[in-house]
Every structure is written in C-alpha cells, then in structure tokens.
Ligand binder design. Structure first.
Ligand code: KE4
Length: 428
C-alpha cells in the first residue's frame, strides 16, 4: 500500500473546517471509498501528493489541463500578467483578445461574455434564452450536468449522480417547475415534449457529448434532430461545451459533429486552469444582455486579466502545436491498450471515447445513455480505481465522470497505464 500519511492528516484537519473536507464533492472519493490524497504539485501528465507519490493523471483538473499541468507558456503568461495587477474591474485588452479568439475558433459565436465558472455560463445562457424567447420552459437530459444552479440541478450528473441524489435539497419545486428532463439519445421523447409544450420552450441545453455520467456519444443524427426541432419551434439550442469546448476539436463538439447551436457555454480549457467560464452565440441573442438589453448578467472578476492571459496562452499553444491531431492519436493508443487489457483479463468493459475524453464501464452491454450507464458494475469500478491508484494511475474517483487525456500523456505514461490496467483487471 502506498503511504499517504500526510494526506490523511490533512484530510482530518480539512474535515474540521470544510464540509466533507473538500471544496467540491466529487473530490471526496465518496463514490470509490477511502480518502482523497492531497496534491501539492502537478507537471505535464503527472500529479504528486503531499507524501511524494506520483500519479499519471487522467482527471486533468476535470478538463482544463489539456496541454498537461504547469505548461510553461501558460505559467509565463500568468506571471507576466500578474505583475501588472491581478484584477482591474475595468475593461482590459486581454478580454478583447480572448473574445476575438473564441469568435474566430467557434463560428457559431458572434459575441461572447466571459464569466467565472461553467455554472455561471450555463445559468446565464438559460436566463438569456428565456429573455430572448420570452418563454420559460427548458429541456435538459438526465445524467447531463450543467453546474449547480437551481433550475438545472435536476436529475443531474457528475457529483450529484455519484451521490445518488441527482436532485438537490434546498431547491424549491417552483424553481424547477419549468425544467423538463428527458432521456438522452431519444429523439421521439424530444418531439413529444415539444408537441406537448408548443411555443413554451425557451430552449434545449445539452452536453453534445455527455461527460457527466461517464462518457457516451450522440447517436448518428441525434444532434441534427435537436437542431431541427428547436428551429421549427422557435426555441434555442444551447450546447454546453464547458468540457467538450476547445477539446474535441478546435471548435469543440459543434465542429466535430457539424452542428450550429444558437448559444454555447464554455469553461475549463479557456481558463488555462484559472477560474473562467464563457457563453456566446448569435449577436441578436447576445445583444439582449445588459448593458445593451434587458437580461441582466454580471461578474466582478469576469474577464480577469490574469485568467484571460492563461486562457489566451492555452489556446495559442493548442494552435501552435497541432494539439488536436496528437490528442486523437494518444486517445486511440490508450483505447487500444485498455481494450486489450480487458480482453486478456476476460473482464467485460464498454470503452467509450471521443477524442481525448473517455470512460470505461464495467458492463457487457453498450452505453448510450444514463440508464445504460447505471447498469455498470460500480463495485468492480471501485476495485479498479484503487488498484490503478496503487499502480500510480489516477482516474476520476467516480464511474460517472469522464477521463481526460492531455498532449503531455506520452508513450511512457500510456505504457504505464496499460500495464497497470492489465495487472489490475486480472484481479477484479
Ligand atoms: P463549474 O461550475 O464546475 O466550473 O462547471 C460546471 C459544469 C458545467 N457544464 C459541464 C458540462 C460540466 O462538466 C461542468 C463541471 N464539470 C465537473 C466535472 N464533471 C466539475 C467537477 C466538480 O464538480 O468538481
């Protein structure tokens, strides 16, 4: 057993002053048992805990570390920006640079507003859709997670699903009465909802590639159908690309699948690891936002110069290094190795991957939606998670999370991961 004495001491202290000892529930290892380790350093594809143990990291701070941790150009950009001040609360040039980059990389985005988290981005996009359409109802899909704001914290994924209460206490029924939850990958269910709520639905918000119940992909034609149905009814299609944006392609999932949503939400990659969210879309919709229009949205640290510098450096580096081709190749190599390990161990695993996002489910049947994902063997996942951790490989501490590959995951890291999987799967 790896020694994690200092992490255990820190966790005991954390429990006295932080609820559950963590600042975000999924970090608490409640879904896999045991205690979280405390990280003190991250570089490239690795993280180190306070006891000096090194792990190949497939959480990647839940998506932002697409270039690996502590990428030198991002670190430099943060240092230089910080020397000129850490926050102005006044328009700054980096906000314009970031906005122009997002609009150039994602053609569906004619205007964009920065904020400070994915939750803020989706919350604001929903309010904007309601203000623009003057309609109240919103469709989301079970297992999809769009952050923890009230109206979408219904049958949510990620940490909410992990803890088996996909809804949340403290959210009055009145706050979710306009939220319609449907199964993902079921076009008939969407058509029926629109037929039953003609002219009342402000929009659909969807993770184009859901990554908060593990990872599963849209069936062929599904996203196209969502686009057509919303357009026919005068509702908006909102892509929540907080995780997929700038990762699944330069233009995100919408580029990869050739869909033009009306609004898009972003986060993670565009912050280079610092707190950033953004939402954008057609100018006629975005111009409904204050100070131009009647939909209010604001943020003290929105467009923060240091966070913008980190995000600009991240996007520039992704472009300079042809990262997207590398991410595809690394993802394919990891997938081949893990599939082979499962086959050799005789363990039924459904391995879903889209570019540099992946998830292995311990089940023999395909996983296309939340119901399928719920059939996976979570006890087996727990053993697998801890077995891999003992081999120095850190996977997401929940079956209902996606894994993330970075350009820093090289042959050595992939080799260590595949060898570890081959060994651990034999013991499951
Ligand atoms: P944040 O508010 O956590 O920055 O973003 C919320 C969010 C919105 N939309 C999607 C598609 C997301 O995946 C997220 C947050 N992702 C999770 C990981 N599955 C965050 C991890 C956590 O809660 O600690």
């Amino acid at each position: 057993m790896i020694c994690r004495q200092k992490s255990e001491q820190l966790f005991a202290e954390a429990l006295k002053c932080i609820p559950g000892g963590v600042n975000s529930p999924v970090r608490a290892f409640r879904a896999v048992g045991g205690q979280p380790f405390f990280a003190c350093k991250a570089k490239g594809a690795s993280v180190w805990d306070v006891d000096g143990n090194r792990y190949v990291d497939y959480v990647g701070t839940w998506g932002p570390a697409i270039l690996g941790h502590a990428e030198p150009s991002i670190i430099k950009a943060v240092q230089v920006a910080a020397e000129s001040g850490t926050s102005f609360g006044i328009p700054n040039p980096s906000e314009v640079t970031m906005a122009k980059l997002i609009c150039s990389w994602v053609p569906s985005v004619q205007k964009v507003r920065m904020c400070n988290s994915g939750t803020e981005a989706t919350m604001s996009a929903i309010r904007l859709a309601r203000g623009f359409t003057k309609r109240d109802k919103i469709i989301k899909f079970d297992g999809c997670y769009h952050g923890h704001h009230d109206s979408l914290l219904v049958k949510a994924g990620s940490g909410a699903l992990t803890f088996g209460h996909p809804d949340s206490a403290g959210v009055p029924a009145a706050f979710t009465q306009h939220t319609i939850v449907l199964p993902y990958n079921d076009v008939d269910a969407v058509r029926a909802a629109f037929a039953a709520n003609k002219g009342q639905i402000a929009g659909i918000i969807v993770e184009p590639v859901p990554g908060n119940a593990g990872l599963y992909l849209p069936r062929p034609g599904y996203l196209e159908a969502l686009s057509q149905i919303t357009r026919e009814d005068g509702a908006l299609l909102i892509f929540d690309e907080v995780m997929t944006g700038f990762r699944l392609a330069k233009g995100g999932a919408q580029e990869r699948f050739g869909i033009t949503p009306d609004l898009s939400c972003f986060g993670k990659v565009i912050g280079g690891g610092l707190p950033v969210g953004a939402f954008g879309g057609r100018a006629e919709i975005m111009d409904c936002l204050a100070p131009l229009g009647p939909v209010y949205q604001a943020g003290t640290l929105s467009g923060n110069p240091v966070a913008m510098a980190a995000g600009i450096a991240a996007l520039s580096r992704l472009e300079e290094t042809g990262a997207y081709a590398s991410l595809e190749a690394i993802g394919a190599e990891l997938e081949a190795g893990l599939r082979d390990a499962a086959r050799q161990a005789g363990v039924p695993v459904q391995f879903n991957r889209c570019g540099s996002m992946f998830c292995g489910y311990f089940t023999s049947s395909p996983v296309h939606n939340l119901d399928d994902a719920m059939k996976s063997d979570r006890e087996r996942f727990k053993k697998y998670f801890h077995g891999m951790l003992e081999e120095g490989v850190y996977l997401a501490p929940s079956q209902f999370e996606a894994g993330f590959i970075s350009t820093a995951h090289g042959p050595e890291e992939i080799g260590q991961t595949v060898r570890a999987a081959a060994k651990v799967m034999k013991s499951l």
